[in-house]
Structures are given as C-alpha cells and as structure tokens.
Design a binder for this molecule. Structure first.
Ligand code: UT7
Length: 322
C-alpha cells in the first residue's frame, strides 16, 4: 500500500528569547501567574529580518538534511500559517524559491493552530494519490506581529517559530507499516468569534490583532481533542494506551494534562515544549516533534499521535508510525 512515510524533521526559532520576567516589565503580569495558568516560561520573538518564510526555510533545510535527500527532489510544499509574509503569494512559494526546488506544488494552508494537521492531511492525500513523491510539510508562524502587546490575556501566551517534516511516498507492506496511518480533521465555524484576528484584506484592509475568549476556548479544546483522539485510535484499530508518544499542540500545560488523563496516557508519554516556546500556533506540533526526535525519545517504529485545536474552531489528529 502506498503510504506517506516521515523521513526527516527540522525546526527553527528566532534569535531572541523573551522570558516571563522580561514580559512582566512591559505588561501587568507575573512569572508566577503565567507559569501557574499556562506552564509557559519562555517564548521567542522574531526580529524584523526573521519572517514566516525565513523561519520555515530554516526548519525545512534541517528536515531535508535529516532525511539525507537533495532539496531538488521535493515536489510538494504545504506550509501552514496564519501569519504569511504577505497576503499573497503563498509563503510556500517563497520557501520553494529559497530551497531551489521550483516547479512542483507549493501552497499555504490556513487553519490557525490546527494548520499543521490540515497541511499534513492534504499532503498525505496528494502523495497517496500520486500527485507528488516527496513533500515538505511546514508549520511556521510569526504571531508576535499580530499580538496586542497591551492585552495581558493574550500576549503572554504566544511565540514565534517553525517546524518541518519531509514525507516520502513509499510502498509499505506487513502488519506494522510505516507512515501516516489515519488523519481526522474537523471544523465548527459557529465558534469563529471566540478566537480571531480583528482585521484582514477583505474587511478592514489591515492585518489586525489577535482576540480570544480564553476560558471558552479552553473548555472546547479539552472536549474536542479527546474526542478526535479517540476517533483516530478507533479508526486505526488501536487502544489509546498503545500510543508510544502524544505530540500535542502546545497551547497550555493544563490542556495537555487534561487531554492525557482522558486518554489514560501517563505524563511521560506526552511531549511538552510549551514551557520553552509558548504557543507557536501551526508551528507547535512539528516543533515539538522535532525536539523529541532529536533528543532520541521518538524513534523509528514508534506509534506517534499528533493533535491540535485552534481558531475556527478547527481541530484534528493524526496517527503516524515513525
Ligand atoms: O492555540 C489556540 C488555543 N488556545 C488556547 O487553547 C488557549 C486556551 N485558554 C487558556 O489557556 C486559558 O483560558 C488562559 C491561559 C488564556 C487564561 O486562564 P484562565 O484560568 O482561564 O484565566 P481567566 O481568563 O479566567 O483569568 C483569570 C484572572 C482574571 O482576573 P479576574 O477577572 O479574576 O480578576 C484575568 O484578568 O487572571 C487575570 N489575567 C491575568 N493576570 C496576570 C489574565 N491574564 C493575565 C496575565 N497576568 N497575563
């Protein structure tokens, strides 16, 4: 059976780290409040010369190097972002040109924090149907550009960064095939005003700032995520206890704890980077995945569950055998 096999991961962070204590000098908050309510201790903030496409390109280069392939062999780039360099063209085309793999498919996907899961679903479908052979799936964000730095309810929660993976179409046989096994994606537009940006090209003609009703997002996140994780496990014919690693969207440590409890997964099986990177939206899942691959926790053959939930609402999960 033709499957999309993950053959390399990479990530990139802006040069500048911003701690809770530093942030507390700019806005009425404290390290204590942020750590207790979210688990976040640090985030990275992009300088003017660091963009969604430059961070995405750096992450992609590392993923390509890890895969041991030539960048020219990439024939599909799907980049998930809510903070594109420009309204158009797609940031994926800027990454494509920087990598020198021009000529294949390149486009952006907008599903905010679930963007990487959506991009993965699209790339996997196109690989399995033969539209491409080798795909780069990237999540890259510069959320610092759309934060209201005077709103303590949101500016403490987000950070910038990028993560990337290389997928290769391969014929996989046997009872433990490698590759993406199942992906489930959902959206419920009835909640699109709980987490949104108050601007855009077709309304205000401006970029706008992020607005969020945090408590309500939190409540929906725990329910939606545990449901979609169970849906993916059932579809793949496994028990949630069989998952080797859960790589969740890194929004809030309390959401991660609640989700793991609902799945009967011990905390040691959950990859957590929210303390170091905060919420990097579409970048958070591939960034956390790369951290755990590089530190040796996630290895070939492991059963890894990815999940995310974000503005729209959108949410989804994907089960991969590494
Ligand atoms: O990636 C997309 C998904 N996004 C999320 O998953 C975010 C989900 N939501 C959350 O993570 C949490 O709801 C927050 C971390 C945003 C907020 O935590 P909370 O426990 O729901 O706090 P709250 O909003 O109910 O605020 C509690 C108090 C309020 O004060 P009063 O009204 O009780 O006096 C806030 O004004 O904390 C205050 N507060 C702060 N205090 C210090 C809000 N932000 C801050 C802050 N520093 N940064």
């Amino acid at each position: 059976m033709r499957r999309s096999v993950l053959i390399g991961t990479g990530s990139a962070l802006p040069r500048r780290a911003l701690s809770n204590d530093e942030l507390a000098k700019q806005v009425d908050t404290s390290d204590e409040w942020i750590v207790e309510r979210t688990g976040i201790r640090n985030r990275y903030v992009a300088a003017p010369d660091e963009t969604t496409s430059s961070l995405g390109t750096e992450a992609a280069r590392k993923a390509i190097a890890a895969a041991g392939i030539d960048a020219g062999s990439i024939d599909q780039i799907v980049l998930a972002t809510a903070t594109a360099d420009q309204t158009f063209p797609a940031s994926a085309t800027i990454v494509q040109d920087a990598l020198g793999c021009n000529g294949g498919i390149a486009f952006d996907v907008a599903a905010v924090c679930s963007g990487f899961l959506y991009a993965l679903g699209v790339a996997d479908s196109m690989l399995r149907t033969g539209m491409a052979e080798r795909a780069l799936v990237i999540g890259s964000e510069t959320f610092s550009r759309i934060l209201d730095w005077e709103d303590r309810g949101t500016c403490v929660l987000f950070g910038d960064g990028a993560g990337a993976i290389v997928l290769e179409a391969r014929e996989e046989a046997g009872d433990k095939p490698r590759g993406i096994l199942t992906t489930k994606l959902h959206a419920d537009g009835a909640h699109n005003q709980l987490l949104f940006v108050d601007g855009g090209p077709s309304t205000t003609g401006t970029v706008g700032k992020l607005r969020m009703k945090g408590k309500e997002v939190f409540r929906h996140a725990v329910v939606n995520l545990s449901e979609v994780l169970k849906e993916v496990a059932a579809d793949a014919g496994i028990a949630t206890e069989d998952i080797d690693w859960l790589v969740p969207h890194q929004a809030n440590a309390r959401i991660l704890d609640a989700t793991a409890r609902k799945l009967n997964l011990p905390p040691e099986k959950v990859i957590i980077t929210v303390d170091q990177h905060a919420n990097t939206s579409a970048a958070s899942v591939p960034l956390a995945l790369d951290v755990a691959v590089r530190d040796g926790r996630i290895r070939e053959g492991d059963l890894v569950m990815l999940e995310a939930m974000g503005g729209g609402f959108t949410w989804g999960a994907s089960l991969i055998r590494m």
